[in-house]
Design a protein around this ligand. Sequence first.
Ligand code: SF4
Length: 465
Amino acid sequence: MEDAARTNVPREQFDFDCVPETDQSFENALAKASDGDRLTVADGIELLTTGTDREGIDLARKERVLEAADRRRAEVVGDDVTFVANLNNNVTTACNTGCLFCNFKDTAQHFEEESDDDHAGFTKTPEESRRIVESARETGIYEVTSVSGLHPALALDDDHVEILESSERGDLNYKPAAAYETDPGTYVDQMEAMDVEGIHLHSMTPEEAYHARRGTDWSYEEVYGRLADAGLDSVPGTAAEILVDEVRSVICPGKIGSDEWVEALEAAASVGLDTTATIMYGHVENEAHRVRHLKRIRDLQDRTDNITEFVPLSFVHPNTPLAERGMIDAGATTHEDELMIAVSRLFLDNVENVQSSWVKYGDEQGLKMLSCGANDFMGTILSEEITKRAGGEFGEARSFAEYVEMITAVGRTPVERSTDYRQTRVVDPSDPPFGPELGPAADGTPLVNANGTAAAAEDTSPADD
Ligand code: SF4
């Protein structure tokens, strides 16, 4: 047995009501999971803790949970490992929300015209976003993901700007675009700009949708309806963190509550948008919070049936306020990461795809997760520096060639997918060079940078993306 305590900061300091205690046994829970029965929260806690009857993680039990999850993965989706050719185009890092786990943001004041403060952040105009997406389209990209800080000047559309301008309220986190060095336009402007023909636009998290209706009585249906009209295709179920309010009030007190997060995603589904769902774990929460989160996602999916994938995100703690304030001093252990993937697969019996995020886990561990219940290996998440195609001899970095090599090395089948998984293409490992073929301008040419070197993937997103 191994003591899996991951932090010297006792979790008891947070005095949560929700704690990992059950009247279930590990053996019963594992038997139910192996039989394919729907799991209760107590079952999930038993599996995630490898039994509440003992301290720490029992490695022999852990292996049995991982094996059950791997078998379930094989039954549900077979041996395919999917990935998508996508680009991150985040509009701005300006944000005043102050989430304690985030090192993506820059205080919005720094972006003001009159500020002398140095900052490394950015804001893009709609025209810049358009150029970036058009250029990426030519490389063979299928999807653009855009998740941004909550810039005070961002509003849904011109009507929303008018409402915010005339409001007497001082609590709306609004300042006119004229106050800033760069005008990001409205959310609708940005969606229209990134709505390049044939490109799938994945954007507007529940938190962004909240920002796009602040100070109005508009419903989330109205907001997502207008965004869909402007070109939005699907919604990232990020900003979820842990969908238990006693955890949210510690790590992101400025964000919407868990009920509102669910309401927003349900509204997105009601206007015909697909969504994803995430969990960001490994900070102040305990295993009971993680399983309650899974239950909220499973309940939501029972109602909407539009969640295309579930993405466990292991919290990367260095340089975050949570670490700087001494509230945590470590993230999840590798054992916890593996169990999180496995229990996600076993608990979410209505979500087909579970993603392994190599950005969070690293390549080696990311690959290992494919035998713990995961079947999707993210996307290329190329940066906007990619501006042109090049010959096949350049395509041997992360992009498709690396995917093919890594996935075949673990005996699985590499499969290019569309964002919604409705289109898939098996990549023949014996037929290089490897490039995307599903994007509107994709013809199998490898993805490369403007300087001709292979494109590097980078994580330029909020911590929970
Ligand atoms: S997680 Fe998002 S909302 Fe929170 S501070 Fe970071 S950018 Fe802002």
